[in-house]
Design a protein. Structure first.
Length: 159
């Protein structure tokens, strides 16, 4: 069972080595690899809550992303689990108008899914990291970089 919002501490920073888990639909793959043109679940909203969702490993097991409590009540048992390390998130992406966007994880727990986090964005010159929805060209570049960066989670005897 995923941890609840009341069971996590949002004040703990993300480690660069911390995995971020994400559901991947088979329709987003070609030959087992994420196809950026099909990676439709990477979207942004006007608020940070609408940025691409992930679960932080500090408070989640990989398959928590498939659990109904972390999947908005939907059955996602047929989806796959991928991950990316925090250090592998794209650092900077320049928009067509010259603005430079930075991407970082932000812990945004949900009542039934305490590990819920997002890949947030801000302008590079903002030390306060105020959320800014990236431009269309930046979102496209990010989708490509994340499609390459996410790796399938494979259970092993060590896990």
């Amino acid at each position: 069972m995923p941890l609840l919002e009341s069971e996590v501490d949002t004040s703990i920073d993300f480690s660069p080595e911390e995995p971020l888990y994400r559901r991947i639909m088979e329709s987003e793959l070609i030959d087992g690899e994420i196809d950026p043109s099909r990676f439709n679940s990477i979207s942004f909203d006007k608020t940070m809550r609408g940025a691409p969702s992930v679960l932080r490993a500090k408070y989640a097991k990989p398959f928590d992303v498939l659990h109904a409590d972390c999947a908005w009540g939907k059955d996602r048992s047929h989806d796959l689990v991928d991950f990316i390390l925090v250090r592998d998130l794209p650092a900077h992406i320049k928009s067509d108008d010259g603005r430079i966007f930075v991407f970082y994880p932000s812990h945004q727990p949900e009542r039934t899914c305490g590990a819920h986090s997002v890949i947030a964005s801000c302008l590079a010159d903002d030390p306060a990291k105020t959320y800014v929805k990236p431009s269309k060209s930046v979102r496209y570049d990010l989708r490509v970089k994340l499609a390459v960066g996410f790796k399938p989670y494979v259970e092993s005897a060590e896990n």
